[in-house]
Write a protein of this length. Structure first.
Length: 483
């Protein structure tokens, strides 16, 4: 039998019209719409033609492919019609996992988003006067309450102790990277910013301090050495070109050994005597005292302001436990300058973010820390987590699926120091004839996907970051693996 030509193979493919008239597709059209089905039919046919053209498809394969065309179209339509962004179960124990969306929002934040976003709102409207309002007022008042009151009760701000209510203002931009860019551009454009060599870091997703500096049109003036920087190094570098002293929190790395950096209060004192603002990129600014859950050495927003930092920048979706956002809090005159920079307009956030942030901050004002999911997770005791792990193990243990509860550590993540860990109890799994990598892959194919850690040929589940109401889903997945 002669080998059919490519032209002959093309002719064996049905036309889009023929396909659309088939009974199966009329059904699909009535549920998903003519346009989506036509597009999918064209795409599937184009793919087959391309395979014929590149000789990857011969006569027998074309006949096989023909019979699968309707199913392929249906798959394509359904794939497009379902969400690509979906929720997953975070069993890694990393509380602020950047790849898994960082902080889950408080229920009150979700309610407020729904309320504000499903109708019109007073986002930039003063209800009393009927005049135009500013979108920042809704959260600035809450930051003012949380930060100014915190300062008034806990000492001085910027060396101006004794003042009853220090003026702290806050503006919100898209994320902390944007906040740093806005601060540098506003306060140091065409001038120099002094930074320690030990703080020229890169945060995941290619946020590099020297690059942000360049984009802001400020010149980086590095001082000290990688491992040691003294106040005197900053002092010696100050000139008439100096606009700013910048401190960057060493978010994702630690230095040990022969190291040193000035205390933030020492830098603040230098900045004050020389009349140069001190800005600190805190990364994961916390409004919650982490020492209460046993985590030391993570400075809070108030710690920095108390030490005399003029402006701090921090993320909304890290330890604060709110939506993605970047905050700049500090001296009102400096914040006002950043607010009037045209970059602020380009970096501003929308009503969804303000709604989520306002509701999250209200939980802090009420001191209802349990309402913020990441704080709730951080406050879980090792025993509580261990009990839930035992319950899951008891429901699913079998001869082939071995489970053990072991001691381990949950990680704060999201720019908190790598040593910021919490003791936990882990559910360690292994399944006969299946590698740990395959086992974790099977859990990821569950609906919703269950994301775990793999360590030393075992799959580890840390229930600290699993919502208690998700335990049942995990239990069902484990029982299926066991059975
Ligand atoms: C996380 C982090 C950033 C970036 O913050 P985003 O909100 O992700 O833009 C910048 N600086 C430091 C020190 C950080 O930890």
């Amino acid at each position: 039998m002669p080998v059919p030509s490519k032209a002959e193979l093309y002719r064996r493919l049905p036309s889009v019209d023929e396909l659309l008239q088939s009974h199966d597709l009329t059904r699909l059209i009535s549920s998903e719409g003519q346009a989506a089905v036509t597009d999918a039919a064209r795409a599937v046919l184009a793919k087959l033609r391309a395979e014929i053209a590149s000789a990857r498809l011969g006569a027998s394969e074309v006949d096989l492919a023909r019979s699968g065309i309707l199913a392929a179209i249906e798959r394509q339509v359904r794939q497009l019609a379902t969400h690509s962004l979906r929720s997953v179960i975070n069993a890694t124990g990393v509380v602020l996992h950047t790849n898994l969306g960082r902080a889950p929002l408080a229920a009150s934040a979700l309610d407020h988003i729904r309320d504000i976003a499903s109708a019109y709102s007073n986002l930039e409207f003063e209800v009393e006067t009927g005049g135009r309002g500013k979108r920042d007022v809704h959260v600035d008042r809450l930051f003012r309450k949380l930060l100014s009151q915190g300062l008034a009760s806990g000492g001085s701000f910027n060396g101006r102790s004794g003042r009853a209510t220090p003026e702290i203002s806050t503006i919100v931009v898209n994320n902390n990277a944007a906040a740093v860019l806005l601060a540098l551009n506003t306060l140091a454009e065409d001038g120099e910013v002094i930074v320690s060599r030990g703080e020229l870091l890169e945060i995941g997703g290619s946020f590099r301090i020297p690059d942000v500096m360049a984009k802001s049109h400020a010149t980086l003036r590095e001082v000290g050495t990688t491992n040691r920087t003294r106040v005197g190094d900053y002092e010696a570098a100050i000139s008439e070109k100096t606009r700013l002293l910048l401190r960057v929190h060493r978010s994702n790395f630690e230095m040990t050994g022969f190291t040193g950096q000035p205390a933030i209060a020492e830098l603040a004192a230098l900045a004050r005597t020389r009349g140069i603002p001190l800005v600190e990129d805190l990364g994961s600014g916390s409004l919650f005292d982490l020492r209460s859950v046993g985590v030391d050495g993570e400075p809070g927003i108030l710690d920095s302001l108390r030490a005399g930092v003029d402006v701090v920048s921090y993320s909304g979706d890290k330890l604060l436990g709110g939506p993605q956002a970047g905050m700049l809090s500090g001296r009102s005159d400096l914040v006002a300058r950043m607010r009037s920079n045209s970059l602020f307009r380009a970096l501003r956030v929308d009503k969804l973010t303000y709604a989520a942030l306002e509701a999250s901050l209200l939980a802090y004002v009420r001191q209802d820390h349990g309402a913020i999911p990441v704080l709730r997770m951080m406050r879980l005791s090792k025993d509580e987590i261990g009990k839930r792990a035992e319950a899951l193990a008891d429901q699913a243990r079998s001869l082939s699926l071995r489970m053990e509860i072991i001691d381990g550590e949950s990680v704060l993540g999201g720019g908190a120091a790598p040593s910021a860990v919490l003791p936990t109890r882990l559910l360690a799994l292994s399944l006969d004839d299946v590698t740990a990598g395959e086992l974790s892959a099977r859990l990821r194919t569950w609906d919703p996907p269950i994301v775990t850690r793999v360590e030393e040929s075992r799959v580890l589940l840390d229930l600290r970051t699993v919502f208690p109401e998700q335990d049942e889903v995990v239990s069902r997945a484990l029982r299926e693996l066991a059975g």
